[in-house]
Write a protein of this length. Structure first.
Length: 293
C-alpha cells in the first residue's frame, strides 16, 4: 500500500509539474508575442515620427526656396529638425523615447506653422508694396514691423525701386553715315564712304524715373575689337568706363527718340561686323550690331 501511495503521489506531482510547464510555456509564448508586437508597434511609431520629420524638412526646403525674406529663420528651424531626426535614428524604439520625440515633433509643427504664417504675411506685404510703386516713386515710407526681418525686407524693396526707375531703351539701330557740307546726313553701308556711326534708339516711358537731364553713352567696337570714337573715360564708384560718344538729353518720363553721332578717325571704319553698346551711366540698357561692306 505504501509503494502504491508513493507511486500515485509521484504521478500526481509529475502531472502537476507537466501542467505548470505547459501553462508556463503558454504564458512565455504569449508574452513573447506581445513583446514582439509591442516592439513592432514602437518601431512603427518611430518610423512614423521619422517620416513626419522628413516631411517637415522637405516643407522647410520648399519654404526656404520661396521666401528669401525669412530664409535665415527657416534654415535655422530646419537644422533643429535635421538634428532631431538624426538623434531619433540613433536610438532604439521604446515607450519613453516615443513619448519624448512625439512631444518635440508637436512643438516643431507649431513653430513651423508660426514661421510659415509670418513668411506668408511678409510675401503679402511685399506684393502690396510692389503694387503701390505704380502711383509713387518712393513707397518705402511704409513700415512693416515683423521681427528682425524688417531691415532685410526694406533693402530688397529699395533694390526693386532702383531697378524699376532705371532708364530702358528699345528700337536701337546703328549705321554708317556721311555728313555733307550742307549738314545733311546720309547713310552708307560702305566702310570706304562712312565718316561716322549714327546710333538711334527710343527711351521707353517710365513714371518712376526722376525727370531731368540724363547723359547717355555709346560704345562702338569695330571688327578688330577696337573702340572707335572720342574714347571718353568716365569714373564711376568702382570702375572707369570708356565710351565712343555721348548725348545729354532732358527726360520727362515719356517715350523719347534719341540719336548719338560717333566720330571716327582714319582706319577705324573698316569692313566687317560692329558691336554697339548703349549705356545710361555704368548700366548697359541696350545693344545691337551692324555691318560695313
Amino acid at each position: 500500500m505504501t509503494a502504491q501511495n508513493n507511486n500515485l503521489t509521484l504521478k500526481i506531482l509529475i502531472g502537476v509539474l507537466a501542467a505548470l510547464l505547459l501553462i508556463l510555456g503558454i504564458f512565455t509564448y504569449k508574452f513573447y508575442n506581445e513583446e514582439k508586437r509591442e516592439k513592432a508597434q514602437l518601431q512603427q511609431e518611430k518610423d512614423l515620427i521619422e517620416s513626419e520629420l522628413g516631411e517637415l524638412i522637405t516643407k522647410y526646403d520648399s519654404a526656404i526656396a520661396l521666401n528669401e525674406v525669412m530664409d535665415d529663420h527657416l534654415l535655422k528651424e530646419k537644422q533643429r529638425v535635421v538634428m532631431l531626426l538624426d538623434s531619433l535614428k540613433e536610438n532604439e524604439a521604446n515607450v519613453a523615447l516615443i513619448i519624448k520625440y512625439r512631444k518635440q515633433v508637436g512643438r516643431l509643427k507649431k513653430e513651423r506653422e508660426r514661421l510659415f504664417k509670418l513668411a506668408d504675411s511678409l510675401t503679402t506685404a511685399n506684393a502690396r508694396l510692389a503694387t503701390d510703386l505704380d502711383s509713387t516713386s518712393v513707397a518705402l515710407t511704409q513700415r512693416i514691423i515683423l521681427s528682425d526681418s524688417l531691415k532685410t525686407q526694406n533693402d530688397k524693396l529699395a533694390e526693386i525701386v532702383e531697378r524699376g526707375s532705371a532708364l530702358t531703351a528699345s528700337n536701337i539701330k546703328a549705321e554708317g553715315v556721311r555728313v555733307r557740307n550742307s549738314g545733311k546726313i546720309t547713310t552708307t553701308s560702305r566702310s570706304s564712304r562712312a565718316e561716322k556711326v549714327r546710333v538711334c534708339f527710343t527711351l521707353s516711358p517710365n513714371k518712376l524715373t526722376e525727370k531731368g537731364d540724363k547723359e547717355l553713352f555709346v560704345q562702338v567696337i569695330n571688327p578688330e575689337n577696337n573702340l572707335i570714337g572720342d574714347k571718353i573715360a568716365v569714373n564711376f564708384d568702382d570702375a572707369v568706363l570708356t565710351y565712343s560718344g555721348r548725348n545729354k538729353i532732358f527726360y520727362e518720363n515719356d517715350a523719347l527718340d534719341v540719336c548719338i553721332l560717333v566720330d571716327a578717325i582714319d582706319g577705324e571704319l573698316i569692313k566687317g561686323s560692329y558691336v554697339v553698346n548703349l549705356f545710361s551711366g555704368p548700366r548697359m540698357i541696350s545693344n545691337t550690331k551692324f555691318e560695313l561692306k
